[in-house]
Each structure stands twice: as structure tokens, then as C-alpha cells.
Design a protein around this ligand. Structure first.
Ligand code: NAP
Length: 246
């Protein structure tokens, strides 16, 4: 899978799944644009990745803010003159039962997860159309497929990402742009660290493969989806959950 010299934008790249995806891309020679809210952490991650011999561009931004995203895209074009890959990974949770869910928590999750994915896709799509090439991978969630108690905002945002993925795939297919979503199950990161041991052991019982996923599992799938090995796959939701949902 030769991705050498390509340019990839990864959102939420400072840590967790996004960081691992950036590493996996960099190991294959992709120059990485690392976007995150956390300036210190994103700069540190970019330095680590630069040690792999690729160029990096760390950018502090909130994906929910279209003007910040447009500025990011302009910086990328100024530096690299191309955008081959976009990984919409930045995401947050603000859990609570629907009955008690604050409007602000609904808005925040929809803004970052769903609007953020729209913003970044809208910003890069013109450059991809002009080049007649692009690979977009949106990180959705198993929760977008099955729902979850206490996660109405999160599941709606992830289900929205799935619809956005399919529409974008249809609109751009003839321009050689493939757009797919990944729906991870339980992956061990800071996002899932907050769950109680009771919740974790109940979840583990629902996973036929008998273990939680690792960010590397998701990163390996991303590599396949941005490579030529998956050139006939678009508009799909690829599940990666240890068999939790079949
Ligand atoms: P994580 O460890 O919390 O990392 C998320 C990263 O995104 C953080 O560095 C965070 O920065 C950044 N971020 C948050 N809001 C942002 C914004 N508005 N603009 C730019 N960056 C932002 O989460 P993760 O577990 O790696 O999750 C990555 C993605 O996978 C998310 O979309 C999540 O929904 C999805 N996912 C995760 C799991 C799982 O089990 N972990 C399962 C299914 C799907 P700050 O720290 O500064 O906020």
C-alpha cells in the first residue's frame, strides 16, 4: 500500500484513535496535518510523528467552527498544495438521559461530531475534486447504529455522520473520491476510560472476541480504506467491534 508523499488531515489527532491513525499513515509515508483543540498535546504528537521522516503540520482548531476549518485548509494548501486524505475523527460525548439532557449538551455533541465532519469535508472537497482523487474516512460509532441509553446526542450525531458519508460518497464518486465510515465498538482510549468497571465488564460479555479494541485496530482499517486496495468500496459503514454487533 504505497501512500508515500500523500497529504492526510486527521482531526482529533492529539491522542487516542486519531493519534494512532496519524502514526499509521506516517509509517506509510503520508505527510500528516494534525488538528486538535489541545495545542500542547497536538504539537507533541506532531514532533513524535516527524521522527518517522514525514512532514507534519500541527494545527489548533475547533472542528465545529467552519472559519477555523477553512483557515486550516488554506494553510495545508499553502504548505503542501494537495489534500489526498481526510480522517474525520474528532468527537466528544456529553452523556445523560434524554429526559434530563441539557440543550447545551445536545448542541455541543452535534456541533463537534456531526457539524465538524461536515465542516472539514466541505473545506477539502474542492481540492479533491480538482485533483480527481480523495479518500475520506469518517469515524462514526456502533452507537450510531444501535443507539444507547444516555447517549441520544452522541448516537444521533454518529447516525448523522453515516447519512453524511453516504450522500458525500454519492456526490463525489465520479471524481474518484471514496467516502466511507468506520463504526468502532468499544476502543480503549481516554473517552472510554471514564466508564465504571461494572459497565466495562458488562460490555466485555457482549464481545464475542473477548477483548476491547485498541486504537491500532481502527488505524489498520483506516489504512485499508485510504489505500488502493479498497478502491471499489465507497459509501459503506465498516464495523470494527469484536463481533459485538453482527
Ligand atoms: P479521545 O481520546 O477523547 O480523543 C478525541 C480527540 O479529539 C482529543 O484529542 C480531543 O481534544 C479532540 N477533540 C475534541 N473535540 C474537538 C474539536 N471540537 N475540534 C478538534 N478536536 C477535538 O477519543 P477517542 O476515543 O480517540 O475517539 C476518537 C473518535 O472515535 C471519536 O469520534 C469517537 O466518537 C469515536 N469512537 C470512539 C470509540 C471508543 O470506544 N473510544 C468508539 C466508537 C467511536 P481535547 O482533549 O482538547 O478535547
Amino acid at each position: 500500500m504505497d501512500l508515500k508523499g500523500q497529504v492526510g488531515i486527521i482531526t482529533g489527532a492529539a491522542r487516542g484513535i486519531g493519534k494512532e491513525i496519524a502514526f499509521a499513515l506516517a509509517r506509510r509515508g503520508v505527510n500528516c496535518v494534525l488538528c486538535d483543540m489541545d495545542t500542547k498535546q497536538v504539537n507533541e504528537t506532531a514532533e513524535e510523528i516527524a521522527n518517522l521522516g514525514v512532514e507534519t503540520l500541527p494545527i489548533t482548531l475547533n472542528v465545529a467552527d467552519l472559519s477555523q476549518v477553512e483557515q486550516m485548509k488554506n494553510k495545508v494548501i499553502d504548505k503542501f498544495q494537495r489534500i489526498d486524505i481526510l480522517i474525520n475523527n474528532a468527537g466528544i460525548t456529553k452523556d445523560g438521559l434524554l429526559l434530563r439532557m441539557k440543550e447545551a449538551d445536545w448542541d455541543a455533541v452535534i456541533s463537534v461530531n456531526l457539524k465538524g465532519t461536515f465542516n472539514c469535508t466541505k473545506a477539502v472537497i474542492k481540492a479533491m475534486v480538482q485533483k480527481r482523487y480523495g479518500r475520506i474516512v469518517n469515524i462514526a460509532s456502533i452507537i450510531g447504529l444501535i443507539g444507547n441509553v444516555g447517549q441520544a446526542n452522541y448516537s444521533a450525531s454518529k447516525a448523522g455522520i453515516i447519512g453524511l458519508t453516504k450522500s458525500t460518497a454519492r456526490e463525489t464518486a465520479l471524481r474518484n473520491i471514496n467516502v466511507n465510515a468506520i463504526a468502532p465498538g468499544f476502543i480503549e482510549t481516554k473517552m472510554t476510560k471514564v466508564l465504571s468497571d461494572d459497565v466495562k465488564s458488562a460490555l466485555l460479555k457482549q464481545i464475542p472476541l473477548g477483548r476491547f479494541g485498541k486504537p491500532e485496530d481502527v488505524a489498520d482499517l483506516v489504512i485499508f480504506l485510504v489505500s488502493d486496495k479498497s478502491s471499489y468500496i465507497t459509501g459503506q459503514v465498516v464495523q470494527i467491534n469484536g463481533g459485538m454487533l453482527m
